[in-house]
Design a protein around this ligand. Structure first.
Ligand code: ADP
Ligand code: ZN
Ligand code: ZN
Length: 756
């Protein structure tokens, strides 16, 4: 019988639910699109409809089963019981086979639910089921008639908004990109009205073929030094194959210049460059530098953009129209028509680690992706991660050094200020105050770094000792003086600060400890004539705020900058001559074994802001732990020596990156549920004690309570990554089935960093 020989198509679909398995569906007979991995489907799921992602296509006949891959699905179900899909949403797969391979690798390596992974890989608009529709770029410009109308006052008095738009357009020679009109607060309907009057016009960008000759505007002023040439040469030799390089260059040694030269080579080969930068580093400054250099389409991809803008950038990368893609962590998954190179700037930055949902390291995944696509990866930093340095010693990464600043030989003087037994005025020691005075007099800019926003970390009652406390997290509320409120920096909850003690009604409430608001107040009192700005998350909520600060710094309109680590990243402040690290104690006394590494990176980055120009820079570090070995290594022999020593220590103490680790973390408002689940997980893992994986816990997480939930963890540690994977593969199915798993929120994290 012909009918029964016809293969029945089953598709395995990844759906966004916290389960590690796929769901099988039948294809309706004679469906017009043939299913392929990487397409989206709409499927019935329970009582609702969900959008899923085809993971595999399985052809079943009565006699044989052929699968296109080996991903596990649910146990055999009678074919007749499978539901049919509703529809396939795409005519072709959204992502190419390389990215599908990457998806499979991530599924294997991170042991994460498939749905969570594809949700991370695709732009939100596509996850929600929007069409993969590419709109050609266009911009709005003012016409000659428009200019005349504006100048001759032809516009109705009441049409204030229309006038504003014309004024805005006349200011910009290149007009306003259509996909940015909302950034300018312009309504599309008004543009249409103005276009109807012929006062403005919409111009569609011509897609010109790439002209290799004129792709780049090389500055004549820069003669590459020998180290830069060597670095460029080394990477250039690998442009068509996989190899990861670490460009270890001090701040301002010309790393970006090396990136630009390599991108030029990539573009000349008609290929695309993907550049990842830290969240905060994605400043207009970076973009401007790239735009000035290249006459080619550059697109951005970051969370500050709208869903539609991101989708359009994604599509331009996919269809090859964009030659350079600059983005933050998640831009790593953008499809590239002709991949050429992946560059990760400030590779040590913690923003390259996703800390929500599907947790992955963009650095590690970039290396895997590049390996699949046969292209090089270039990691750059003045303070590389120990992970990358370890890979250098294992010869998985080639290290390239830039040891000198490119434009200046001005050096940095470091001083450690031992706070023990010193008089301290609201966090400022006398040597730091005198240094500020001196640099103000010499008209140098000053940067004071304190990684704690708000006024004070505690508000307490002078009479009875009551203190402001977030009960959901078991930590103190931070007191914010400006709007007189308390905020938990952990769960974000906030309330008005009490005028009097809730316990004894005493009116004397005292803020204890130091935050950036208070530091600003103190500095202003000490230096009433200085122009001071505070740069932290509270003062940079507005979209353009950070850029406005940077502009004022460059224009010399500010003398003292006070800020959190936002200030430490990526910005070039050539006139800063003094950097003060107001409080390094938190970092030096932390229980996290990575704290010294992070602190060393921070000191390197923050002090890199000073001494860029020809003037000598000074760095003052205040601490009660003045004899901490890390401080002395950084100051006397530099980050490289510190890192070498720290790596040896990690090997001796069997900690990452020398050892491999994973963690099960669970949380719930009910402490016993959390403990029970992790205890049962441990019992399941203990069954395979022949595998050489040590288990630690269940134990409380560093922050044992957050937003009303108790948090515990179970650590896995091993010298053998394979055995760790084997153990997880053997147990995860059973762990998911535990009854106690339904009473908690839990996750498994590979190569975890810190507690979050
Ligand atoms: P990094 O990325 O390491 O901080 P940059 O590439 O931004 O360093 O370089 C710092 C400054 O030095 C920039 O203004 C850059 O244009 C300039 N520069 C880079 N290389 C050279 C060179 N070989 N000669 C002169 N100036 C250079
Ligand atoms: Zn009281
Ligand atoms: Zn809280």
């Amino acid at each position: 019988m012909e009918q029964s020989d016809k293969p029945i198509q089953i598709i395995a679909v990844a759906i966004t639910v916290p389960l590690r398995r796929l769901f099988e569906y039948r294809m309706p007979a004679a469906y017009p699109i043939s299913p392929e991995p990487g397409m989206r489907v709409s499927v019935p799921f329970g009582k609702s409809t969900k959008i899923g992602f085809i993971d595999a296509v399985i052809n079943k006949t009565d006699t044989n089963t052929t699968r296109t891959d080996t991903t596990e699905t649910q146990p055999e179900i009678e074919l007749s019981q499978l539901k049919e899909i509703n529809s396939i949403l795409d005519e072709t797969p959204l992502i190419n086979p390389s990215l599908i391979n990457l998806y499979r690798w991530m599924h294997q390596y991170y042991h994460a639910p498939c749905g969570e992974i594809w949700q991370t890989m695709l732009p939100t608009a596509l996850i929600k089921g929007k069409a993969e529709k590419y709109t050609r770029s266009s911009r709005w410009i003012i016409t000659q008639e428009g200019i005349v109308a504006l100048e001759s006052d032809k516009i109705a008095k009441s049409a204030v908004k229309q006038r504003l738009i014309l004024e805005q357009l006349i200011k910009t020679s290149e007009g306003i990109q259509h996909d940015q009109i909302s950034d300018y607060d312009i309504a599309y309907s008004r543009l249409k009205t103005l276009a109807g009057k012929k006062w403005i016009a919409r111009e569609y960008t011509q897609q010109s073929s790439i002209d290799v000759e004129s792709i780049c505007n090389l500055p004549s002023s820069i003669q590459l030094n020998q180290q830069q040439q060597q670095a460029i040469h080394a990477v250039e030799l690998s442009l068509k194959q996989y190899q990861t390089f670490l460009l270890f260059g001090v701040t301002a040694s010309g790393k970006t210049e090396v990136y630009l030269r390599l991108i030029q080579k990539v573009l000349e080969q008609q290929n695309q460059a993907l550049v990842l930068v830290p969240e905060i580093g994605l400043t207009p400054q970076t973009l401007k530098r790239f735009q000035q250099r290249f006459n080619t389409e550059i697109v951005l991809l970051h969370s500050g953009m709208s869903e539609q803008q991101r989708l359009q950038s994604w599509l331009k990368a996919k269809n090859g129209e964009a030659q350079i893609i600059i983005g933050t962590r998640s831009a790593l998954f953008v499809p590239l028509k002709r991949p050429g190179i992946i560059i990760i700037d400030e590779e040590h930055d913690q923003s390259f680690r996703q800390q929500q949902g599907f947790r992955y390291s963009a650095r590690d995944v970039a290396m895997v992706r590049a390996n699949i696509e046969k292209i090089p990866v270039l990691l750059g930093s003045a303070s590389p991660s120990l992970e990358s340095l370890m890979n250098v010693s294992k010869q998985k990464i080639i290290r390239l050094d830039l040891t000198e600043k490119a434009q200046t030989s001005a050096s940095l003087d470091y001083h450690i200020i031992d706070l023990k037994n010193q008089p301290v005025n609201q966090g400022l020691s006398i040597p730091l105050i005198s240094a500020i005075k001196k640099h103000l007099k010499q008209q140098g800019q000053i940067l004071l770094f304190l990684n704690r926003r708000g006024y004070a970390p505690v508000l307490l009652c002078h009479q009875c000792g009551w203190s402001s406390h977030c009960q959901r997290c078991d930590i103190h509320f931070t007191y914010h003086h400006n709007n007189h409120y308390l905020q938990c920096h952990h769960c974000g909850s906030n309330r008005r600060a009490p005028e009097q003690c809730p316990q004894c009604q005493c009116k004397e409430m005292i803020p204890v400890g130091l935050g950036t608001e208070r530091l600003q107040e103190t500095v202003q009192q000490l230096f009433p004539d200085a122009r001071i700005a505070r740069i932290d998350r509270d003062t940079t909520r507005r979209k353009s705020a950070m850029q406005d600060f940077v502009t004022s710094v460059h224009a010399g309109q500010l003398d003292i900058l006070i800020g959190t680590q936002m200030l430490a990243k990526g910005h070039h402040f050539p006139d800063v001559t003094l950097v003060g690290l107001v409080d390094m104690d938190g970092a030096l006394y932390s229980a996290d074994f990575r704290a010294p590494e992070y602190a060393a990176q921070l000191i390197t980055q923050v002090s890199g802001r000073a001494g860029r120009a020809d003037r000598k820079g000074e760095v003052l570090i205040q601490t009660h732990h003045a004899d901490h070995p890390m401080l002395h290594q950084i100051i006397h022999s530099g980050y490289a020596d510190f890192a070498q020593y720290a790596l040896e220590e990690r090997v001796e103490t069997e900690l990452p990156p020398s050892f491999f680790s994973a963690v099960f973390q669970a949380e719930s408002p009910q402490l016993p549920h959390v403990k029970q689940f992790l205890t049962e997980v441990r019992q399941l893992l203990d069954r395979y004690s022949d595998l050489k994986v040590s288990l630690m816990g269940p134990a409380p997480a560093v922050y044992v309570k957050k937003a009303g939930k108790f948090r515990y963890q179970l650590f896995l540690q091993t010298a053998s990554r394979n055995e760790l994977h084997q153990l997880l593969k053997l147990t995860l199915v059973d762990i998911e089935k535990l009854k106690s798993a339904n009473r908690v929120r839990w996750r498994l994290e590979m190569d975890p960093v810190g507690d979050s």
